[in-house]
Design a binder for this molecule. Structure first.
Ligand code: NDP
Length: 497
């Protein structure tokens, strides 16, 4: 193996798993294993939770400004090691370095900086209400306790930061389980937090599959579960959390509509649709995979899209010119290919570009990796499998429409509600349409940007709660309300015979 074995991290130390079991992490660009990872046993998870419980009283009582100073030190360390960490993320996910070095580490670190600054500047303040001249109510925001974070594989470090940043800033401790497909960032992040001054037990990492995640999220020592993953897994995790009345945040899948109005500048329409489908090889939860193009624009849109498909460059992942990597794992590769095959053979959509054979120009030495072609289907209908199920790969489906009312109704005709977007010149029209779309994350004339300041979360089956923005902090606290009577007279009905 070309990379050191990854162990667990709890109580401020790298710890071997007691299960005696390990699994391998695979470089998706070559399909070669490159690191051994320790699988946590139930006893290891108990130990990680117990180290977090031990750390909680002191960390939650540390003044927010002091917690903030430590987290800002971690921000500095993450930024100083940006390229080194990005290289590791490229190895683990297969994403081009041009992407991991400019998006993954940066957008995760920005969120850490945002929440560190927010808690240092009154973000955890409560309210005071004067009830009567001599009676007051004050509310305080208090930390929840030990929280579980469960990450998906598409933005490994970014997801770990989006969860741990508000969690720790609010005074909680965390036990985090990365996806077993992309575990490498875990130990690095834990060590950076420790170097910044986070006390032992405040941030912990356990590794393993769904069974490890299941044991962690249903543990009675856990106060909250923040989960990112598929709807079906989220439903299981939320159901088991409900048994223990745990707080939950669920960031799940989508099948998001991108509506292109007839007055849209053609170049913007094509650029938006490509970013909404091919960035990160389509492995983005908010992807706009149902591209609704007005009938009058269809021919021009398809022509320009086909010309621009040549700008998708599947090169060696560390090549600065690469902007398209392989899919993350063999299982996911097979899943995406089966959708493309279904689109051709069963849905009978028209294949405009790509398909289920491997890309023609895979870089030499990378032939066994999990590469697929960026794929475009057109003449799609609303009932096809490729337009109704989340593929989570680089598959763009073009659907045409006549009227705004029709497209809004069709865009909303899904159980999912993660993201949606509108492209058009008339901003008032765009806002009006956005107001009718059933989705928690929406864009006008752009796609995909999700900065720290923007609260994001899905509607319908796509999730519960939000991450980021000011509202993102509230997901990590509970409120205590206290009524103080200052008159010296206790309100009672039992004072007289
Ligand atoms: P999965 O649901 O398969 O897995 C997500 C995480 O849950 C993994 O760490 C997994 O472990 C773990 N897990 C699996 N079973 C259980 C269980 N019973 N209890 C607790 N944890 C469990 O999702 P993917 O990893 O395939 O991620 C892709 C999905 O994530 C897509 O649907 C995508 O839309 C969604 N996503 C949503 C985002 C959002 O913000 N809304 C952002 C990013 C992705 P292991 O992998 O080791 O089995």
């Amino acid at each position: 193996m070309s990379y050191p074995a990854q162990k667990l991290y709890y109580d401020g130390k790298v710890q071997p798993a007691t299960s005696g079991k390990t699994f391998k992490t695979i470089d998706p660009s070559t399909a070669k294993p490159f690191a051994e990872v320790h699988t946590a046993s139930p006893a290891d998870i108990d130990a990680a939770i117990s180290s977090a419980r031990k750390a909680f009283p002191s960390w939650s009582q540390t003044p927010p400004i002091a917690r903030s100073r430590i987290l800002l030190k971690a921000v500095e360390l993450l930024r100083s090691r940006n390229d080194e960490i990005a290289k590791i993320e490229t190895r683990d996910t297969g994403k081009p370095f041009s992407e991991t070095s400019t998006v993954d580490v940066i957008t995760g670190t920005d969120v850490l900086e945002y929440f560190a600054n927010l808690v240092a500047s009154g973000g955890l303040n409560g309210e005071t209400t004067q009830l009567r001249p001599d009676a007051w109510i004050y509310t305080k925001k208090e930390a929840l306790g030990v929280c579980a974070g469960i990450g998906a594989w598409n933005y490994p470090l970014q997801i770990a930061l989006w969860k741990s940043a508000p969690c720790l800033a609010a005074g909680n401790c965390m036990v985090y389980k990365p996806s077993e497909v992309t575990p490498l960032h875990g130990q690095i992040l834990a060590q950076i937090y420790a170097e910044a001054g986070i006390p032992p037990g405040v941030f912990n990492i356990v590794h393993g599959d769904g069974a490890v995640g299941g044991y962690l999220t249903s543990h009675p020592g856990i106060a909250k579960v923040s989960f990112t993953g598929q709807v079906s897994t989220g439903q299981k995790v939320a159901a088991s959390a409900a048994g223990g009345m745990k707080y939950v945040t669920m960031e799940l899948g989508g099948k998001s509509p991108l509506i292109i109005l007839p007055d849209t500048d053609l170049e913007s329409a094509v650029d938006g649709a490509m970013m909404a489908n091919f960035f990160s090889t389509g492995q983005v939860c908010t992807n706009g995979t149902r591209v609704f193009v007005h009938k009058s624009m269809k021919a021009a849109f398809e022509k320009r899209l086909l010309e621009k498909m040549e700008c998708v460059r599947a090169l060696e992942p560390m090549d600065a010119n690469s902007n398209f990597g392989p899919l993350v794992s063999e299982a996911h590769y097979k899943k995406v290919l089966s959708y493309i095959k279904h689109g051709v053979e069963n849905d009978e959509a028209k294949l405009l570009y790509g398909g289920f054979s491997k890309p023609k120009k895979i870089p030499s030495g990378y032939e066994n990796g999990f590469w697929v072609q960026p794929t475009v289907f057109t003449d799609c209908t609303d009932s096809m499998k490729i337009t109704t199920e989340e593929i989570f790969g680089p598959v763009l489906c073009i659907l045409t429409y006549d009227t705004v009312d029709e497209v809004v109704q069709r865009a909303n005709n899904t159980k999912l509600g993660l993201a949606a977007g509108v492209f058009g010149k008339d901003l008032n029209k765009c806002h009006e349409i956005i107001g009718k779309l059933e989705a928690g994350i929406t864009w006008v004339n752009t796609w995909g940007e999700s900065p720290a300041e923007m609260s994001v979360g899905g509607w319908k089956l796509s999730g519960v709660g939000v991450e980021n923005g000011r509202r993102g902090l509230n997901a990590w606290v509970r409120e205590r309300s206290t009524l103080v009577e200052g008159s010296g007279v206790v309100g009672t009905v039992f004072a007289k015979l």
